[in-house]
Design a protein around this ligand. Structure first.
Ligand SMILES: CC(=O)SCCNC(=O)CCNC(=O)[C@H](O)C(C)(C)COP(=O)(O)OP(=O)(O)OC[C@H]1O[C@@H](n2cnc3c(N)ncnc32)[C@H](O)[C@@H]1OP(=O)(O)O
Ligand SMILES: O=CC(=O)O
Ligand SMILES: [Mg+2]
Length: 735
C-alpha cells in the first residue's frame, strides 16, 4: 500500500516527500513549499505538452506503418518515402547555418577529450567508484584483464605477467611521450628544475622529446622524496609514480611503481536505462545518491576480499607546477546526471486528478534542485567550476521534443532562482527522428547543449521499431554493418562540427558493451577518437583507463579539423542513406534463425529476470558463447524488437520462440545457480520475470517505439507489491 502526502495539490509518495523536505532542500535556499509549488506548476504547464509530444510520436508511427503497408509490394522508393516523411512532419526543414552559443561549460566538455563512464546511480558503491575513476592505474588495468591476451591466474603477483604489463605501458609512453633519446624502459631516474625534466638513462641524461609534456611533480610530504612526475598528453595527465618500497617499484630501475592515467574525464550518473526505479522509494534512492555526489558526502561500506572499508569521494590532487606554483588536479570525474526521457509517468507523484505525473518533468526539477548543493559549495572539490549543471536527456524524437526539454529547463531555472542556461543538456542522438533532423535538434537547444552522443543501442532498437511494417530486418549482428548505421555515426560528427560544437561541447560515441573483452576494446575503440569523437562511453573504470590510451594517441581536435576539411562542412552520407531501412534481403538458414532467436531470448531473459525480481537495471549477461554482455534497457529493446519483427513477418512462429524462451530460461537459471537470492523461472514459467520477457516479445509492436520500460515497470511493481504483502503477513504472524 503506497502512502501519499498532499503537497500543493499533488499527492507525493511519503518517502520521496520526506527525502526532498528533510535532505534535498536544506542548504539550497529554496523552501520546500516552493519545490512542491514549482513541481505542480511544471506538471500543469508541461504535462499537456509532454502528452502532445507522445501523441505525435504515436501518430507518426501509425502513418509510417500505413505507408509501408500501402507501398511494400512496389519495392522501396526512396524519393517517395522522403517526400512522405516531409509531408507528415517526420522530416523538418534544416535550420540556416548556425553555431551553438553556450557559455560556462567546463573544460572536460570543451577541451579535454577522454573516456565517458556510465554508471547506475542507484548503486552507491559503483557510483562512488565511477566518480573516482578520473584516475586509474594503467598497470592494474593491463594486469587484471585480458588486455594483453590472457587473464591472470591465481591470486598472488605473477612477476612475469607484471613484466609484460610494464613493457606494454612503457612502450605506450614511448609512443605518446617519447624521450629525446632512448626509451622509458631504460630510465633509471629523474631530475627536475623548474620546467626542465631530466631523464636519466644510466650515465646519460635526456629530456622529453616535447618538453611541454612535463606538467609538474608531487613530493611526498613525509619524506620529501619525489612521489610522482606529471606528464600531459593531448590535455590528459599521466602520473608516473615512484615508490621503491613496493614490489614493483623495487624491481624497476627508476623505482616506478605505477603509471596512473587520467581516465574517466566525465561520468554519467544514470537515472535511466541502467536503473530500475519504479516508485517513490526507488526514485528517492536515486536522488539521494545524486545528492551525496553533489554535496560530496556520499559514502558506502564496501566488503571486498574479506575486508570492509568505507568508500568515499576522492579529494583533489595537489601538485607543484613547473613554475613552482602549487596547483591541484581534479580528483573526480565531471559528473552529469541522465534524466529519464519524455515517455514514462511515475506513481511517485500524482497530479490533482490522481494521475501519475511525467517522470521526466520530476527528474528535471529535482535533479537540478539537488545539483544546487554543488553550485553553492564553498570550499572542497566542486563538480563543475563554471557554475553549470549537466543533464543528459535521452530518447527525444526530433526538434520539438528537444525544444520541450529546453523550455522545461528554462522554467526549472526560473522556479529555482538560477540564471538562465545554468542547466546544460546532453542530447542523446538515439532515435531515428532525431538523427534525421539533427541540426534542427541542436538548434533547438543551442544555448544549453553540452553534448551530442550516438546512443547506437537505442538507435538500433528504434530503427526496427520505426520500420516494423517495412519487412523483416537483418539479424542483430548485421545491423552493425548496415548503411544507416555508418551514415548515422558519420553524420552525427559532421553535423556536430558544422553546428560549432568543436571546442564548445562534446561529440560523443557509444558504449563498449562487452565489459570483459578488454583486448578487443583496446584494438577497436580507438576508432571513436579517430572518428572525431571527443568522448566515448565505457562500462567500467577499468575500461576507462584502457580507453584513455586511445586519446593519448589521437589528438581529437586535430582529427575534427581533418574531418571538417574532408567533408567540406557537408555531412558524409546522404539523408537517403540514413533512411535506408536494413531489410533482410537474403534467405536465412534454419540454423541462423534458431541461433538468433536463442541469442535474443537469452539476452532478454538474463536481463529481465534480475530487473523484475531484484531491481537491477544493468547486468552482465553471458551470451550463447558465454561472453558477458552489458545488458540494459536499450539492448533489451534491440533484442525484443528483433523478435517482434521476425514474428510479425513470419520468419519465426510463436511456438518456436516460446520453445526457445523456455529453453533459454533454463539456461539463465543455470547461469544464476550460484546466487542464493535468485528465483528460477523454470519449470513453471509463470513468474512475473518470465512473463515480462514474453510481454516484450509477443506483443506485436504494442509498446510505443519498442520501449521496454512499460512492461518492466509494470512487472516490477507487481513483484514489489507481492513482496510487501508477504512481509505484512509475516509481521502479522509474528504478532
Ligand atoms: C545503452 C546505454 O544506455 S549504456 C549505459 C548504461 N550502461 C551502464 O551504465 C553500464 C554500467 N556498468 C555496469 O553496470 C557494470 O559494469 C556491469 C553491470 C556491466 C558489470 O558489472 P559487474 O559484473 O558487477 O562488474 P565486474 O564484476 O566485472 O566489476 C565490478 C567492479 O567494477 C566496478 N564497476 C563496474 N562497472 C562500473 C561502473 N560503471 N562504474 C563504476 N564502477 C564500476 C565495481 O564498483 C566493482 O568494483 P568494487 O568491487 O571495487 O566496487
Ligand atoms: O544510451 C545509449 C544507447 O546506446 O542507447
Ligand atoms: Mg540509450
Amino acid at each position: 500500500m503506497v502512502t501519499y502526502v498532499e503537497r500543493s495539490g499533488l499527492q507525493v509518495e511519503e518517502h520521496l516527500a520526506r527525502f526532498i523536505e528533510e535532505e534535498a532542500v536544506p542548504g539550497t535556499g529554496v523552501p520546500s513549499e516552493a519545490v512542491w509549488e514549482g513541481l505542480a506548476a511544471i506538471v500543469s504547464e508541461f504535462g499537456p505538452r509532454n502528452k502532445a509530444a507522445l501523441e505525435t510520436r504515436a501518430r507518426i508511427h501509425q502513418q509510417i506503418d500505413s505507408w509501408h503497408l500501402n507501398n511494400r509490394d512496389g519495392g522501396h522508393n526512396p524519393l517517395a518515402y522522403r517526400a512522405f516523411l516531409e509531408e507528415i512532419g517526420y522530416l523538418v526543414p534544416e535550420p540556416e547555418p548556425f553555431s551553438i552559443d553556450v557559455d560556462n561549460v567546463d573544460p572536460e566538455f570543451t577541451s579535454i577529450a577522454g573516456p565517458q563512464l556510465v554508471v547506475p546511480i542507484t548503486n552507491a558503491r559503483y557510483a562512488l567508484n565511477a566518480a573516482n575513476a578520473r584516475w586509474g592505474s594503467l598497470y592494474d588495468a593491463l594486469y587484471g584483464t585480458d588486455a594483453l591476451g590472457s587473464l591472470p591466474e591465481g591470486a598472488g603477483y605473477d612477476a612475469a605477467r607484471g613484466a609484460q604489463v610494464i613493457d606494454w605501458a612503457k612502450a605506450h609512453l614511448d609512443k605518446v611521450v617519447p624521450l629525446g633519446a632512448g626509451t622509458w624502459s631504460e630510465l633509471t631516474g629523474v631530475t627536475f628544475d623548474g620546467p626542465n625534466l631530466g631523464l636519466l638513462l644510466g650515465e646519460a641524461v635526456t629530456a622529453l622529446a616535447d618538453p611541454g609534456g612535463f606538467a609538474g611533480t608531487v613530493i611526498n610530504p613525509d619524506t620529501g622524496a619525489l612521489a610522482e612526475v606529471l606528464l600531459r598528453v593531448n590535455g590528459l595527465h599521466i602520473r608516473i609514480v615512484f615508490d621503491p618500497t613496493t614490489e614493483v617499484g623495487a624491481a624497476d630501475p627508476a623505482g616506478i611503481s605505477d603509471i596512473i592515467v587520467e581516465a574517466a574525464v566525465s561520468t554519467i550518473m544514470d537515472m535511466e536505462d541502467s536503473v530500475a526505479c519504479v516508485d517513490g522509494p526507488d526514485k528517492a534512492l536515486a536522488y539521494r545518491n545524486w545528492l551525496g555526489l553533489m554535496k560530496g558526502d556520499l559514502t558506502e561500506e564496501v566488503r571486498k576480499g574479506g575486508k570492509t572499508f568505507t568508500r568515499a569521494l576522492n579529494p583533489d590532487i595537489p601538485y607543484t607546477a613547473t613554475d613552482g606554483s602549487p596547483r591541484v588536479l581534479k580528483g573526480r570525474s565531471l559528473m552529469l546526471v541522465r534524466n529519464v526521457g519524455h515517455l514514462m509517468t511515475t506513481p511517485a507523484v500524482l497530479d490533482p486528478e490522481g494521475k501519475e505525473i511525467g517522470e521526466g518533468l520530476m527528474d528535471a526539477l529535482l535533479s537540478t534542485l539537488i545539483a544546487m548543493h554543488d553550485l553553492s559549495r564553498e570550499g572542497g572539490p566542486v563538480n563543475g567550476t563554471e557554475g553549470s549543471v549537466y543533464v543528459v536527456k535521452p530518447k527525444m524524437h526530433g526538434p520539438d521534443e528537444v525544444a520541450l526539454t529546453d523550455d522545461l529547463f528554462s522554467r526549472v531555472e526560473e522556479l529555482l532562482g538560477l540564471p538562465r542556461y545554468t542547466v546544460k543538456i546532453g542530447i542523446m542522438d538515439e532515435e531515428r527522428r532525431t538523427s534525421a533532423n539533427l541540426a534542427a535538434c541542436i538548434h533547438a537547444a543551442r544555448h544549453r547543449v553540452c553534448f551530442i552522443n550516438t546512443g547506437f543501442l537505442d538507435r538500433t532498437g528504434d530503427e526496427t521499431s520505426t520500420s516494423m511494417e517495412a519487412g523483416p530486418m537483418v539479424p542483430k549482428a548485421e545491423m552493425k554493418s548496415a548503411l544507416w548505421l555508418k551514415t548515422y555515426e558519420d553524420r552525427n560528427v559532421d553535423i556536430g562540427l558544422a553546428c560549432g560544437l568543436k571546442g564548445r561541447a562534446q561529440i560523443g560515441k557509444g558504449m563498449w558493451a562487452m565489459p570483459d573483452l578488454m583486448a578487443d576494446m583496446l584494438a577497436q575503440k580507438i576508432a571513436h577518437p579517430l572518428a572525431g569523437a571527443n568522448c566515448a562511453w565505457v562500462p567500467s573504470p577499468t575500461a576507462a583507463v584502457l580507453h584513455a590510451t586511445h586519446y593519448h594517441i589521437v589528438n581529437v581536435a586535430d582529427r575534427q579539423d581533418e574531418i571538417a576539411q574532408e567533408s567540406g562542412g557537408a555531412p558524409r552520407g546522404s539523408l537517403d542513406d540514413l533512411l535506408t531501412i536494413p531489410l533482410l534481403e537474403r534467405d536465412l538458414s534454419a540454423e541462423e534463425i534458431a541461433a538468433e532467436v536463442d541469442n535474443c531470448c537469452q539476452g532478454i531473459l538474463g536481463y529481465v529476470v534480475r530487473w523484475v525480481n531484484h531491481g537491477v537495471g544493468c547486468s552482465k549477461v553471458p551470451d550463447i558463447n558465454d561472453v558477458g554482455l552489458m545488458e540494459d534497457r536499450a539492448t533489451c529493446r534491440i533484442s525484443s524488437q528483433a523478435l517482434v519483427n521476425w514474428l510479425h513477418h513470419r520468419i519465426v512462429d510463436e511456438a518456436q520462440v516460446m520453445k526457445a524462451m523456455r529453453r533459454m530460461a533454463e539456461k539463465v537459471d543455470a547461469q544464476n545457480a550460484g546466487d542464493p537470492e535468485y528465483r528460477p523461472m523454470a519449470p513453471e514459467f509463470g513468474s512475473h520475470a518470465f512473463q515480462a520477457a514474453c510481454d516484450l516479445v509477443f506483443n506485436d509492436g504494442n509498446w510505443p517505439s519498442g520501449y521496454t520500460e512499460p512492461t518492466l515497470h509494470y512487472r516490477r511493481l507487481q513483484v514489489k507489491a507481492k513482496e510487501a504483502r508477504r512481509a505484512a503477513e509475516a509481521a502479522v504472524r509474528k504478532g
